[in-house]
Design a protein around this ligand. Sequence first.
Ligand code: ZN
Length: 308
Amino acid sequence: MPEYSIGVDLGGTNLRAAAISRSGEILDKISGTTDLSAGRDAVVGDIASSIRAMRGRARNSVLAGVGIGVPGFIDIEKGFIVGSNNLPGFDDFPVRDEIERLLGTRVILENDANAAAMGEKWIGAGKDVNDLVLLTLGTGIGGGIIARGRIVHGFVGMAGEFGHMTVIPNGNPCGCGNYGCLEKHASATAIVAMARMLSLGSDLTSEEVYRLAEAGNERAMMCFRTMGEALGIALANLINAFNFPLYLLSGGVLAAWDRFAPPMMEQIRLRSFTFRNTQTHVEKAILGSEAGLFGAAYLPFVHLKMDR
Ligand SMILES: [Zn+2]
């Protein structure tokens, strides 16, 4: 019988799931909302019933397992979410084991940016390489590292938190306790905050700031130049650390690529000897918001011969 797996993307707002074949074809898809107001157990119940529904419709195939991507730190060994502001009530709750118990199938829990990196590696912009880094630029900045085709977890599961790399020694304060974190200078939220500080408007979206820049507004252009420089500093550090062939960026703010990429590439060239002397590529990811879903679904296939 053909084999498939189910990927789940559990966000603070949306709950999406897809049944995906071994060759990367989407067989079935469910998208709904994460009803956090109904409580944690209701959300876990929604996940289980989505999976059950898809399983029921795929009776002629074998389910390899379920992968779940979640925002926040993951304790990979325990299957816990550690400190997720987006999913109140899930902290230190054995979500992996609970869903395994409800479904009687193997479940793998993964950080959403790691899952997205795996998705791009499987069938996205990274399918021709074995080693890559993905940065997801959104409200914050997430990161995922794929080395030799596998996610790099670190000893607990917290590797790849590039949003909290220091890019400006005394930069903007961050909720993590540090100053000058990458996500405080290069995320969509950072663009909005800079626009506010520059009196462009108090509640502009990053798209609106982009449109102002396109219309020739100098201060709006400055927001994207600052963002590009911060990203370039971070990427130069990553290139120097990993010597991987590919670094991918994803997120809605990629629409502003033509604005932030030139100062970003300038900083990379300036700060990375490795970049200047190798065929290193910095590119746009291509799967968009589907990357995490594909990556989560791929996990049961790639971890088939491991216990986790
Ligand atoms: Zn931080």
